[in-house]
Design a protein around this ligand. Structure first.
Ligand SMILES: [Zn+2]
Length: 131
């Protein structure tokens, strides 16, 4: 039998559930219920370097060609969702703080991300980084 290489610990998104019962469901093709669930699953995908999932949930209009996550020295340490506002027009904003470490220094990224729902599916559009 092939060894199972899947990550088994607590979900990186900070939900206090196991990864298996949280973002893994979305990473394996489940649809997030709302923009916050998508945002959390994208954070987990950054933490676990799941580049195809990040590209698949990025709006085609703003999606980069590639992310090169395997080259990134950044380690993601934790996520805190500050705000989730859903508009009546199929858009949403999720503001969060993500802590990460690179080159021995812990840093915080605070971003208000924009999402849009198309054909029932939430997609990441872009975000404003705050300091
Ligand atoms: Zn999760």
């Amino acid at each position: 039998m092939k060894p199972e290489k899947k990550y088994r610990g607590p979900c990186p998104c900070g939900s206090l559930r196991t990864y298996e019962k949280c973002c893994q469901i979305l990473h394996e093709g489940g649809w997030p219920a709302d923009a916050e669930a998508l945002m959390r699953s994208r954070y987990s995908a950054f933490a676990l370097k799941l580049e195809p999932y990040l590209l698949a949930t990025w709006h085609p209009r703003t999606r980069p060609a590639e992310l090169e996550l395997s080259q990134s020295p950044r380690r993601w340490l934790g996520l805190k969702v500050l705000r989730h506002e859903q508009g009546a027009d199929g858009t949403a904003v999720v503001e969060f703080i993500a802590r990460h470490k690179a080159g021995g220094r812990v840093q915080e990224l605070r971003e208000a991300s924009r999402f849009v729902q198309e054909d029932g599916r939430w997609l990441y559009v872009d975000g404003d980084i705050a300091n």
